[in-house]
Design a binder for this molecule. Structure first.
Ligand SMILES: Nc1ncnc2c1ncn2[C@@H]1O[C@H](COP(=O)(O)OP(=O)(O)O)[C@@H](O)[C@H]1O
Ligand SMILES: [Mg+2]
Length: 476
């Protein structure tokens, strides 16, 4: 950046210098022309301005002219009369061209020719642009001329001086600005460097460290954001660790059971057959746990859901039709939402079937299990309701955690307490949540609250599927 500015400045200085020196030559030529015009004017009048009387002779004319017309800086005028330098302007010039014999001879030749001429000469003061302007007068045979000399190199020195001053000022300012920028940038970046160094020290093994948040500028905000991210990471790592711990712990039990049975197995064929049965049962249980754990692990991933259009009325009715096969209960379709939403049909079915399986486990033959759906507020609700014992108040939140089984000691063949965890994960993946209620008339009502906007609300006939008093046996 600084280099770019320096280059631009350099170009500007160089351009200034070229323009100035080009102008200089133009100006010198114009000056020569101007002097010639003044002399012509003066000669035409032929009057000495000092005395007011006409001058007599060329020599007197030139003398009067020199006395009257003073040169600028870096200029010199003198007259040449009959081969000799005659008079010069009162101010001493930078170099005495009138003392240069070769030059005077050249001027004399031009004077003799009678035609004005200009050219370049070199002297102690550098290159000089000159003009020789011959002057004639009727009745005077003298060969005289006015020499106008412009000391170009001296004038050019002036231009160079200007350019140099410009250059020094520009680059000086650039240096000062650069230094100031560097200092300011250093001060501004110092806190960011601190943040980076601290961040480097925080490894995956030690996520408990946090950045110090000082002040309330952007850097403090950055540190704050960074800390929030670390909070999330730490929580995520902790969750994962707990998950692995729980899973390992839970899988160890069936393994121990299997091992114990195998070690104690005798030779009696009847006992062997019994043990075999038991072991296969235990292995099936392990299988289910592993499957459920895989679902839970996958629930954290973005590809957990395969979204599509789901007709909630269809879903509700179909769930009851499928669940009917599980056990003989009074299966009912409750309220149904006549809407379509964007959701994962298979996952929603999985959640409802899970809830239905729980309902079956916690109810008996004469109990009712109802599945329903409704549009509520800004979203929809899906629920499974049963007339079983319900859930104790202190367990309502807890049972959605994995490996949590509440109530009276479950039999060995019971689930591992992952069912409701999966239901919760499916609800969360849809942006909602799962909860359990205790309806006033008893039992339990498990609800999926999903903030899904109905994509259409076509009025289709409500399918009436009430089984009446009771259905006996599965009907799949
Ligand atoms: N319909 C229900 N009625 C009463 N309690 C229930 C019901 N469903 C679940 N629960 C309670 O919630 C606990 C956790 O359920 P879940 O996560 O499905 O695990 P699991 O079915 O393997 O026990 C159950 O152990 C039970 O105590
Ligand atoms: Mg269950």
């Amino acid at each position: 950046m600084l280099l770019l500015v320096a280059l631009a400045l350099g170009a500007a200085v160089f351009l200034t210098w070229s323009v100035q020196s080009a102008r200089l030559d133009d100006r010198i030529n114009a000056e020569l022309g101007h002097e010639a015009a003044k002399l012509r004017e003066f000669a035409r009048a032929g009057v000495d301005p000092a005395t007011g009387r006409p001058v007599s002779g060329v020599r007197a004319l030139l003398t009067a002219y020199l006395g009257h017309n003073l040169p600028d800086d870096h200029e010199s005028f003198f007259s040449v009369v009959d081969g000799r330098a005659d008079r010069r302007s009162p101010y001493p010039p930078p170099a005495r061209l009138d003392h240069d014999a070769a030059f005077v001879a050249r001027a004399t030749r031009i004077a003799a020719s009678g035609r004005p001429a200009s050219g370049w000469a070199d002297g102690p003061a550098g290159r000089v642009r000159y003009a020789v302007l011959p002057v004639r007068m009727a009745g005077d045979r003298a060969r005289a001329a006015l020499v106008v000399a412009e000391f170009r190199d001296l004038q050019r020195d002036e231009a160079e001086e200007t350019t140099r001053v410009l250059g020094f000022t520009a680059f000086g300012a650039l240096a000062v600005a650069g230094l100031a920028g560097w200092l300011v940038a250093g001060r501004v970046l110092a806190p960011i460097r601190l943040v980076r160094q601290t961040a480097e020290r925080i490894g995956a093994s030690d996520l408990t460290r946090r950045l110090e948040v000082r002040g309330n500028d952007d850097v403090a905000a950055l540190a704050g954001t960074f800390n929030t991210m670390l909070d999330r990471l730490e929580a995520a790592f902790a969750t994962q660790r707990r998950f692995v711990d729980d899973a390992g712990h839970e899988l160890r039990t069936p393994l121990t059971v299997i091992r114990g049975h195998l070690e104690l197995m005798g030779d009696d064929p009847a006992e062997r057959a019994e043990t075999r049965e038991l072991l296969i049962d235990e292995l099936d249980r392990m299988n289910r746990i592993v499957d459920d754990l895989l679902v839970l692990a996958k629930a954290e991933r973005p590809d957990f859901l395969a979204l599509g259009e789901v007709d909630l009325a269809d879903l509700t009715v179909e769930t009851v039709a499928k669940a009917r096969g599980m056990a003989s209960r009074r299966w009912r379709v409750g309220e149904v939402a006549e809407v379509r939403v964007t959701a994962d049909r298979q996952r929603l079915t999985q959640a409802l079937m899970q809830l239905a399986a729980n309902a079956v486990r916690h109810t008996g033959d004469g109990d009712t299990v109802e599945v329903g759906s409704a549009v509520r507020g800004a979203g929809v609700e899906l629920w499974v309701r049963d007339t079983g014992p319900g859930v104790a108040d202190e367990d309502t939140a807890r049972i959605f955690d994995r490996f949590v089984r509440a109530g009276p000691g479950p039999r060995r063949t019971d689930g591992a307490g992952l069912g409701l965890a999966i239901v919760g994960s499916i609800a969360r993946a849809h942006g909602g949540r799962a909860r359990v209620e205790r309806p006033p008339d008893g039992g339990a009502r498990f609800v999926l609250e999903l903030p899904l906007r109905p994509s259409s609300a076509e009025p289709s006939p409500v399918p009436v599927m009430d089984d009446g008093p009771a259905t006996d046996g599965p009907r799949a």
